[in-house]
Design a protein around this ligand. Structure first.
Ligand SMILES: [Mn+2]
Length: 495
């Protein structure tokens, strides 16, 4: 793998990101036709560009701005990060080396800085104003008609550990529950949730800021998860590395916490101790919203409540959202996964793994494709060791496909070609039964397979589609001449 260099992103915030997309062919569309934020908006974008694991038909398409949202003055943008091409443009990086680029950023981390004033506080709506109502102020969409309620899906929570003073930023799903109330789902082990547990035990409210519509570059950085970003590691330092300049924070107006200065919209509030509500308390649908594996999540029966104290915005703010289990989730989950896997594999087996793709079909978590560079007969069998390292680094990884370095890991046709012509099931499938994987995979259940003694257990599998070293001469692809097509078709670009 190549030398580490300091990344520098060409954009500072969402608006510069949108302007950049407008200069790229096929990466941005907008509509002035009125759209209902309840299910209709997501229904439109599912067809236009959601991609990922959503119900077909879908595709990877442009980001989309809905200028005219029924009942609201605020437009909604969706799908900003729902394509590797766009993310590469935002980061100033090679589309096929995003994981590596993320890793380089981690080596150039920068402390965030506090600024005195920020555009995200140009307009202030205080919750103690009797006219304040979240439900009419911000166009939170639902993804499907059976969602528990309207959700903020790109909500970056920032909190502080009451004992250590360390900070964390994490995206959590927030469901609107009333004029000044949001429920917050924090999966066990997530860092903001760990902090909240400490406040909860002390019976104290936890100050929180919720930044939305932040710089796309910042969104990518804060999506890194453990083990790459252990508890106490402020992901905003890493975001500074990815931007090439320090992330700017601004003190909240009504709570003792800071928000991201680049945000379009900030919600300030206090997570209440000792209080829990059912996520679908008003709708009783039984469902939350679509999860990344492509199925609807179950409404949580017992979630903490955020009492909102203020909403601050830019002038003419834009609300940013995503469509459930689409390509945007794959980007946010999978590209950081690729960065972490790249690191773990290079540490364990230097030079063996040429590239890594956390494939869309697994939501960026369940399915990994490793491109293996066998150098001599000693590397025969090390490809399987690489798969074991990847499983070790990411417990949520279920299927790993190994291919040679003449296969394009981002071209699923090519990967399936390798799985067809460089694969004999009896020697090429390596199942590892009875491993705890991820509870949102519905097949990870004893009813599906008896060796799954508990829900969340799976058979991990290595699909070794690499050519055995001693047979390599029989597997040389037909050798076409390499030509410069732009000589024949001016302006032609690959892909
Ligand atoms: Mn964290």
């Amino acid at each position: 793998m190549t030398e580490s260099s300091a990344p520098a992103a060409p954009i500072r915030d969402l608006r510069e990101g949108i302007e950049l997309l407008k200069t790229l062919e096929g990466q941005f569309v907008s509509t002035a036709v009125e759209v209902d934020p309840q299910a209709e908006l997501a229904g439109v974008y599912k067809k236009v560009g959601a991609g990922g694991t959503v119900t077909r038909p879908t595709r990877v398409g442009p980001a989309m701005l809905f200028e005219n949202v029924k009942g609201y003055d605020i437009p909604v943008i969706v799908g900003v990060l729902a394509s590797r091409r766009r993310i590469a443009a935002f980061l100033g990086a090679d589309e096929k080396r995003l994981g590596k680029h993320m890793l380089d950023a981690m080596r150039h981390a920068k402390d965030p800085v506090l600024v005195d004033s920020a555009p995200c506080q140009e307009v202030v709506h205080r919750a103690d104003d009797p006219d304040f109502d979240l439900r009419t102020l911000l166009p939170a969409p639902t993804n499907t008609p059976q969602d528990a309620g309207p959700y903020f899906c790109m909500a970056v929570l920032r909190g502080t550990d009451p004992e250590t003073g360390k900070h964390d930023v994490t995206i959590h799903r927030l469901c609107v529950q009333g004029r000044d109330e949001l429920s917050v789902f924090m999966q066990t082990g997530r860092h903001i949730g760990f902090m909240y547990d400490k406040y909860d035990a002390r019976d104290e409210p936890m100050p929180i800021t919720i930044s939305m519509g932040i710089s796309p570059v910042e969104y990518m950085a804060i999506s890194f998860e453990p083990p790459s970003t252990p508890y106490g590691f402020d992901e905003l330092e890493f975001a500074g590395g990815l931007k090439g300049s320090a992330v700017e924070l601004v003190k909240a107006v009504t709570v003792d916490e800071a928000a991201l200065a680049s945000a379009e919209i900030v919600i300030e509030g206090l997570i209440q101790p000792k209080t829990r509500v059912a996520e679908d308390q008003h709708t009783h649908t039984g469902f939350a919203m679509p999860e990344f594996p492509g199925y609807d999540g179950v409404a949580n029966p017992s979630l903490p409540i955020i009492k909102v104290t203020a909403v601050t915005t830019r002038r003419d703010p834009i609300l940013q959202t995503l469509v459930g289990p689409g390509e945007e989730h794959v980007s946010l989950a999978g590209i950081p996964t690729e960065g972490s896997l790249t690191q773990a594999l290079e540490d364990a087996l230097p030079g063996l793994v040429a590239n890594v793709y956390a494939h869309s079909a697994g939501g960026g978590k369940y399915l990994g494709i490793l491109q293996i560079h066998k150098r001599d007969h000693n590397d025969q069998g090390r490809e399987r060791q690489a798969a074991l390292v990847a499983f070790g680094a990411f417990p949520e990884m279920k299927h790993i496909i190994l291919v040679d370095d003449d296969v394009d890991i981002f071209d699923t046709d090519d990967v399936l070609w390798a799985m067809t012509t460089r694969f004999q099931a009896e020697r090429s499938i390596i199942p590892i039964p009875g491993v705890r994987c991820h509870p949102l995979d519905p097949s990870a259940d004893p009813d599906f397979l008896w060796t799954n003694v508990d829900h969340g257990m799976s058979t991990k599998v290595i699909f070794d589609c690499t050519v055995p070293w001693n047979l390599r001469d029989s597997f040389i692809r037909a050798p076409f001449q390499d030509v410069d097509v732009s000589k024949f078709l001016p302006g032609w670009t690959a892909g």
